[in-house]
Design a binder for this molecule. Structure first.
Ligand SMILES: NC(=O)c1ccc[n+]([C@@H]2O[C@H](COP(=O)([O-])OP(=O)(O)OC[C@H]3O[C@@H](n4cnc5c(N)ncnc54)[C@H](OP(=O)(O)O)[C@@H]3O)[C@@H](O)[C@H]2O)c1
Length: 351
């Protein structure tokens, strides 16, 4: 059994290791070719060579732009080839990818995954698959090596919809967990003690199970980066808009993760949101005029209220008065000068 594999990021490398450990001959290509060389797997310098030589090609790259660039480059060689795209992309782009591959007489399977590096290494991913049934059946022996469960959802776009809604929930659950731990510590519990309490109650969850060590040790070695989670939240937002839906809490939580990007920790695991919340919880806030600001106002500002159309709903949630609404509304966007200072024109916050 033989395949080509494009993308040696965190997840891609884990999938390649798993396929190879089960006897699949995997030839790899990565944009930064050093990673391909260092991987120890057979590799090609040119992406085109991979597409000429291999009948089945897995993609596991960052975002929709990356997939688009790759498919465009290999489009002359797609005839009778099967592309299995395990990256998480936007629904609108995924529909274009189905079309592009078909127009070039190839076959496209949309195959985003649930699970991360460790499940990938153990063959315990869950796959969400859309595309032609016959093609799915043909590549099943490879998918069975990577996954213990799959959902065949057939209609193009469906697998991506499910994946994005799943990651939306993941982002919210991680933020809720981190926020509860920060509160617990503020209230004087030790982290160990408080995590055990949460574990014995409603906090007992898959997220707590897999992120407990990271939270305890405050070691946020990436399995799934904060940057990639924000990417998925952007795609989820786009999806919700197509259904005229609003996802208010998602918009707020996305802004919190984005603070992590501004703090320069985008490559850390997304569970690093704990550190972001801890910093925010210890904000000292002074206005330039000398008075103290109401913390909620600053949080509302931090949470990017300007980017959300339903501003009034947020103000209702925060319970701001008419006067306070006006004040918040007039705050300019924040800018981050360095890790320690957030500067508003009227307010400076020292983290
Ligand atoms: N990690 C997880 O737990 C996980 C779980 C489920 C789904 N996913 C999804 O799987 C995909 C890969 O995730 P990851 O964690 O492996 O990401 P990652 O560590 O950030 O790696 C990204 C990969 O994409 C490549 N890439 C980026 N832009 C490119 C471009 N314009 N052209 C060609 N290649 C490009 C990178 O190449 P360079 O090495 O040259 O930068 C790298 O190989 C993402 O869509 C992610 O959302 C990840």
């Amino acid at each position: 059994m033989e395949v080509g594999f494009v993308g040696l990021g965190l997840l891609g490398q884990a999938m390649v290791r798993r396929l190879s450990s089960k006897g699949v001959k995997v030839t790899v290509w990565n944009r930064s070719i050093e990673k391909a060389k260092a991987s120890g797997f057979p590799y090609v310098e040119n992406l085109e060579d991979l597409s000429k030589n291999e009948d089945i090609i897995f993609l596991c790259v960052k975002d929709s732009q990356a997939v688009e660039a790759i498919l465009t480059k290999i489009s002359p060689y797609l005839k009778n080839k099967i592309i299995i795209n395990t990256s998480t992309n936007s629904v609108s782009k995924v529909l274009e990818f189905h079309r592009l591959v078909k127009e070039n007489n190839g076959f496209y399977l949309e195959c985003p995954v649930l699970g991360s590096v460790i499940p990938a290494e153990k063959g315990q991913l869950t796959l969400l698959v859309s595309g032609e049934k016959e093609v799915f059946e043909k590549v099943k022996p490879f998918l069975e090596i990577l996954a213990q469960k799959w959902f065949y959802l057939q209609t193009p776009g469906k697998a991506t919809q499910a994946k994005l809604i799943n990651n939306y929930l993941l982002a919210l659950m991680m933020e809720a967990l981190a926020s509860a731990v920060v509160l617990g510590e503020k209230a004087g519990f030790t982290k160990e003690e408080f995590l055990e309490i949460l574990e014995s109650g409603v906090g007992n969850s898959y997220v707590l199970k897999v992120k407990k060590e990271a939270l305890l040790k405050e070691s946020f070695v990436p399995h799934f980066s904060l940057e990639n989670l924000v990417k998925d939240l952007n795609y989820a937002e786009e999806l919700f808009k197509t259904f005229s839906g609003i996802a208010l809490e998602g918009a707020l939580v996305k802004e919190l993760y984005k603070i992590g990007i501004n703090l320069g920790i985008k490559e850390k695991d997304f569970s690093v949101i704990y550190q972001v919340l801890k910093k925010l919880a210890s904000l000292t806030i002074k206005t330039k005029k000398g008075g103290d600001m109401i913390k909620n106002e600053v949080f509302a500002a931090l949470r990017g209220i300007w980017e959300i159309t339903e501003k009034d709903i947020i103000f209702d949630v925060l319970g701001l008065t008419e006067e306070e609404r006006k004040e918040v509304f007039n705050l300019p966007k924040i800018s981050f000068t360095d890790e320690k200072n957030l500067i508003f024109s009227e307010v400076s916050c020292i983290i």
